[in-house]
Design a protein around this ligand. Structure first.
Ligand code: ADP
Length: 454
């Protein structure tokens, strides 16, 4: 039974984990980089230890340094948050071998789902539909399959993630060239060049199912999240429930997610991702074996504290709720506010926050590590605030988000707030009939308009 948890992450998720630990009476140690010394997680954790210099490769991704820090501080468990070491098999194996409880799935779980091509094969084996494609790495065969399923197709890195390592291919002529480019990019970004191919769906929705499993084989699935508002395959806005999912589809998604998680004996929080086509047919694309950025909207809609139960199942506890306890209570939407400049092609906008006013009032939850006077370092991802609005239904939730986006003031840096204000006024977003393509099209049309007016 662990009593001290090492938090191997930074920013808002480190804070989120510390909060749950405190509520459970567990003490916390934060491992921070030199760039993160003056941050809220460092202030709020019970103990702190520096794990290395600013670059993540030398600190948050530095396995010997993190393991050393865990041993020095005598923490018995480690929470990896998302990103960094959260899905690193080697790290999890070291924890398992040294008696450190990894607050996440087993290394075996990650192995089975971390390789996206292998995950698709497993899904097929348990009769979960996948996007048609070819889960092999042989160029000649890949091209033959692409011809058979028809262009456009998408080439993906088996080890890919975070919206990177993917290329749409429109014709056989460009296939070989893009295959080689993808392979090189995958090797550079993920350390291995294995690729696979699937049919490119033109206007899908990204719908995902959160789940949690305990060590006794119980798996509970949660109402879907719609994460179709994306830029460059990266999520910006998420909502739950999805405006396009009816009861029949939801039941199907629950069944598929449950079946897949059960098959691999999944233990912890995780998410099964699907694309849903215009005929409302879902196709499995991948599983994320971690707590995700967008988990708060599920916590609100289900009333279940996911991080708390992730910690408890890691301790060996049985899940204290059953599937029939999971209902949809109202609606929730999250905006990921990034320190980026939307008018300059979303380049990062690090720097000092000179003024900060955070919204409040009914139906608003804020997960953030920033404060007035805080300097956003240039080394890490640009997420600074998760602004979540919730209400009885979608209309009330949107009204609250519009009001919160008006209230929020972050000065000294640029943020994506003005973009969200425009999205929350747009008839397509308001109608709920958007696909993963919509935001890119909207941004392109805005650019066109600016050019015309210039
Ligand atoms: P990652 O692991 O990098 O997040 P995913 O496989 O989950 O990659 O895909 C991320 C996003 O890329 C999806 O939400 C979707 O917008 C787009 N995408 C992925 N596969 C396809 C596909 N076959 N057709 C169209 N879009 C796709």
């Amino acid at each position: 039974m662990f009593k001290k948890v090492f938090v191997a992450n930074r920013g808002e998720i480190a804070l989120r984990v510390i909060r749950s630990c405190k509520e459970l009476g567990l003490s916390t140690v934060i491992g921070f980089s030199e760039a993160d010394r003056d941050t809220l997680p460092v202030e709020l954790a019970d103990e702190k230890i520096c794990v290395g210099p600013a670059p993540a490769s030398e600190s948050y991704l530095n396995i010997p340094s993190i393991i050393g820090a865990i041993e020095i501080t005598k923490a018995q468990a480690v929470h990896p948050g998302y990103g960094f070491l959260s899905e690193n098999i080697q790290f999890v194996e070291i924890c398992e071998a040294s008696g450190i409880t990894f607050i996440g799935p087993t290394s075996k779980n990650i192995q089975l789902m971390g390789d996206k091509a292998l995950a698709k094969k497993t899904a097929k084996e348990c009769k979960v539909p996948v996007v048609p494609g070819y889960e092999g790495s042989v160029l000649k065969e890949a091209l033959a399959h692409a011809r058979r399923i028809g262009f456009p197709v998408i080439i993906k890195a088996s080890a890919g993630g975070g919206g990177r390592g993917m290329r749409k291919v429109n014709s056989a002529d460009e296939f070989v060239k893009l295959w080689n480019t993808c392979q090189e990019e995958a090797k550079a970004a993920f350390g291995e060049g294995a690729l696979y191919v699937e049919k490119f769906l033109e206007r899908p929705r990204h719908i995902e199912i959160q789940l949690i499993g305990d060590k006794r084989g119980n798996i509970i699935v949660f109402p879907e999240r719609d994460c179709s508002i994306q830029r460059r395959h990266q999520k910006l806005i998420e909502e739950s429930p999805s405006p396009c999912v009816d009861r029949k589809l939801r039941k199907k998604l629950y069944r598929y997610a449950y079946r897949l998680a059960k098959r691999i004996g999944y233990q912890s929080t995780g998410t099964i991702e699907f694309l849903v086509d215009s005929y409302n047919s879902p196709y499995f694309i991948e599983m994320n074996t971690r707590i995700q950025v967008e988990h708060p909207i599920t916590e609100i809609v289900s009333g279940i504290d996911l991080v708390k139960h992730q910690i408890l199942v890691a301790r060996g506890d049985k899940l204290p709720f059953s599937q029939k306890d999971i209902n949809i209570r109202g609606h929730a939407i999250e905006c990921r506010i990034n320190a980026e400049s939307p008018s300059k092609n979303f380049i990062p906008s690090p720097g000092r926050i000179t003024k900060l006013v955070l919204p409040g009032g009914p139906g608003i939850r804020i997960d953030t590590h920033i404060y007035e006077g805080y300097t956003i370092p240039p080394y890490y991802d640009s997420l600074i605030v998760k602004l979540v609005a919730y209400g009885m239904n979608r209309a009330e939730t949107i009204g609250r988000m519009q009001r919160a986006l008006e209230e929020i003031k972050i000065e000294g840096i640029e943020t994506t707030v003005p973009l969200y204000q425009r999205i929350f006024e747009h008839p397509i977003f308001l109608s709920g009939r958007y696909s993963t393509k919509w935001l890119e099209n909207f941004l392109a049309s805005e650019q066109e308009q600016i050019k015309r007016e210039a």
